[in-house]
Design a protein around this ligand. Structure first.
Ligand code: IVH
Length: 715
């Protein structure tokens, strides 16, 4: 399959774009709806990237229903509102079986049937959404709003991989107008990933998956939404021109044949007893599911019967939500305490009277930050409602009035001094921060623990507890001291024996020659997460070069904006930082990529490889480039001189095209390399003229398959 950027006749290109779109949609459908993919993620990514590159180079080939629309278009000023195709009612609901039976009694009476057919569906805890398709294309997505009008969030919904942008017409004709209702939500894993990324970026986190989904769906910048992993399931037909389906069960099947993703685990049952049995099975499953359920919805299957039953002004008479016990419990705060993280941020949390929430004993809950505590007016000894979702850290939802509560304690105030080191704290936006970066034991403990963490130096045995002991005993006063630890010192600590001390030392020793990116991440540089650390490493290639970089040089790094550049530069310029790095080197720390490169014909030239090479492996290619003075970077940036693209080229190709970098194929690369190896001065390709208008869709060229929350950097 040709994928080099060689020119082609536009008609062929248009056909190719259409073919790619069709193939990608097919794979999306197999993956998300049938749950039976037929290609690897890599193969999928290759198709997706080819389409991105095509559309980037030929904006006229783009279309709103293209799978690439999921990368996220331009930001909006505000969210417009629109009237729903049909009112979006809510559901009558209860936690009690007797109410469910009462609902069933009414249904039986109205239908004059002993055991009515019901469809039982999980009730997902997200946000209701209306999707409108015209001529098979998604033209509008709106939130529920007041039920009559909602906010238009089409651009954000387009970024959701499980949202169908174009209906399939191969099994069943597509109606001219189709409006469906579904739920947008964030899975528990995506939620935790998002909060971790927000924390790392020094931003406020979301209290639960539902809030995170709501906040994301209402984002004005679709590129932010694109990386967060929202999902969608559909469960009701609101309108369908010319569609005459007799039952809801068949409607769900029709959804599937149009390529929509129907709510999973729906069951067709006879009579309410079977519905209640489904509920019990779902309750048992609740903790294992990757998303939050707050109950089940019991729906009359017969659509004609539904029409006859009608609706009150608020809810239909043909459906009922049988809610689960919420995983919220009321308990009492013993005391509000404050912890200090590795970046010095003070976080209030509640020590609780232990309480069982859905089978787990909870004695601590997060209070997020000082503004949250003030907004909810939560004080020592208050009674509060605490919620737990999946394995997420429990949090305080609200204060509850409690009889005999007596006089309330004084309003909570963040301490004026750091609870660990006594330094006067500073307020930075919603955060209260201990500025004593170097001497605060809590921050040092946090940094040591971070240094040892999986994505940093990955030192098994250097966890929270060891970090605390190392700081308390004074063995470690800065990160460099970790590399001076001896067996004797470790053996003197609680819980260390020969084997554990040996393992820790071996882990520390291995870490001495870690990759530069991991090393930089491990340093706890303000604002620098994993992605930025990797970008810095790829860009500068060595620690020396990074240490010499000016703020302006830092701005050249992909994903680094002015605030971050200033923070990184400030950190690296501090005498203490320099001293720690000097000591680390003295103690044998040599991050890989930190060697000075040999000089040669390719000195000062940076290459990036994307896609496969036929004549050698990528590592070989990189070392051969380096042997003649060149640098091999992992990421595309303006600084890259030559991009070598082979079959299966990744998103880097699209980005390179956007930046107007010189792109060569393998034979051309070999000619350059061999000439350089003979000691000659190879002619490097000129950069092509940049495209007249920057391709917007390609800006976040990461393929959605791999796009994590990290792609929200720089926002
Ligand atoms: S049917 C007119 N089915 O629950 C009936 N709703 O408490 C329309 N929900 O606003 C709703 N899963 O956001 C239906 N399988 C499901 C659902 C579901 C979640 C939500 C929906 C609705 C809310 C009502």
């Amino acid at each position: 399959m040709p994928r080099s950027p060689s020119p082609r006749a536009p008609a062929t290109l248009a056909a190719r774009a259409e073919e790619l779109r069709r193939t990608i949609r097919e794979h999306d459908w197999r993956y998300y709806v049938l749950d039976a993919p037929v290609v690897s993620d890599e193969a999928y990514d290759a198709l997706f990237t080819e389409l991105l590159a095509l559309e980037a180079a030929h904006p006229e080939l783009r279309s709103p229903d293209s799978p690439t629309a999921r990368v996220g278009g331009a930001p909006l000023e505000s969210l417009p509102s629109a009237r729903h195709v049909a009112p979006m009612l809510s559901l009558d609901s209860s936690l009690r079986e007797e109410d469910v039976r009462r609902f069933d009694a009414r249904v039986r009476q109205l239908l004059a049937e002993e055991r009515p057919r019901y469809v039982v569906e999980p009730k997902l805890d997200g946000l209701s959404i209306e999707l409108v398709y015209q001529g098979g294309l998604l033209v509008q997505a709106a939130t529920r709003g007041d039920g009559i009008r909602g906010e238009v969030v089409t651009e954000n919904v387009r970024t959701i991989r499980t949202a169908t942008l174009a209906l399939r017409a191969d099994e069943r004709p597509v109606p001219r107008l189709l409006a469906v209702r579904g739920e947008v939500f964030l899975g528990l894993r995506a939620f935790e990933r998002l909060n971790a990324a927000l924390t790392e970026a020094g931003q406020e986190t979301f209290a639960n998956p539902r809030n995170a989904a709501a906040g994301t769906l209402r984002q004005l910048d679709p590129r932010v939404a694109a990386g967060r992993g929202l999902e969608i399931f559909v469960y009701e037909m609101m309108a369908g021109e010319g569609v005459a389906l007799p039952t809801h069960w068949e409607t769900l099947a029709a959804f599937r044949s149009w390529g929509l993703r129907p709510v999973p685990r729906a069951e067709l049952v006879h009579g309410i007893d079977e519905a209640i049995a489904v509920r019990n099975r779902l309750v048992a499953l609740r903790d294992e599911l990757a998303y939050e359920l707050d109950g089940l919805v019991i729906k009359v299957d017969d659509l004609r019967a539904r029409d006859e039953m009608g609706a009150t002004s608020h809810h239909p008479r043909w459906a009922f939500a049988y809610k689960f016990e919420s995983r919220k419990e009321v308990t009492r705060i013993l005391k509000i305490e404050v912890s200090v993280g590795r970046t010095g941020v003070l976080t209030p949390f509640a020590m609780l009277l232990p309480v069982d929430i859905g089978g787990v004993t909870i004695s601590k809950a997060s209070l997020h930050n000082r503004e949250e505590v003030a907004r909810k007016d939560i004080r020592d000894r208050d009674w509060v409602r605490v919620e737990r979702a999946g394995d997420v850290i429990p949090y305080v939802v609200e204060r509850v009035e409690h009889e005999g509560g007596g006089r309330r304690a004084r309003r909570f105030r963040m301490p004026e001094r750091c609870p660990r080191c006594g330094a006067a704290v500073e307020e930075r936006g919603p955060f209260t921060v201990c500025p004593n970066r170097l001497a605060c034991p809590a921050q040092l403990e946090g940094r040591i623990e971070h240094l040892g963490s999986r994505h940093a130096l990955d030192i098994a045995g250097l966890g929270e507890q060891t970090a605390r002991q190392l700081v308390e005993t004074g063995l470690v006063r800065n990160l460099a001291d970790v590399f001076a630890l001896t067996r004797e010192q470790l053996l003197a600590l609680d819980g260390f024996a020969d084997v554990s001390a040996g393992n820790l030392l071996a882990g520390i020793d291995r870490a001495r020659t870690t990759e530069l990116g991991r090393f930089l991440y491990a340093l706890s540089i303000p604002d620098v997460g994993r992605r930025t650390a990797a970008d810095l490493a790829a860009h500068f290639g060595s620690l020396e070069r990074l240490l010499q970089a000016s703020e302006a040089d830092l701005l050249d790094v992909e994903g680094v904006g002015p605030t971050m550049a200033a923070a990184i530069h400030g950190f690296l310029a501090e005498p203490e930082t320099r001293e720690v790095i000097r000591l680390m080197r003295q103690r044998g720390v040599r991050p890989r990529g930190a060697e000075s490169r040999p000089r040669g014909p390719l000195s000062g030239r940076t290459f990036v490889f994307t896609g496969a090479l036929e004549s050698m492996g990528r590592t070989d290619a990189q070392s051969r480039v380096e042997a003649v003075g060149g640098a091999a970077a992992a990421a595309i940036s303006k600084r890259v001189d030559v991009v070598v693209a082979g079959p299966g080229a990744g998103s880097k190709l699209a980005k390179a095209q956007k930046l107007g970098l010189a792109i060569v194929d393998e034979p051309a690369f070999l000619r350059i390399l061999e000439e350089a190896e003979r000691g000659g001065a190879p002619a490097l390709p000129e950069r092509p003229a940049p495209p007249a208008r920057a391709a917007r869709g390609a800006r976040r060229a990461a393929s959605p398959a791999s796009a994590g929350p990290a792609s929200r950097r720089k926002d």
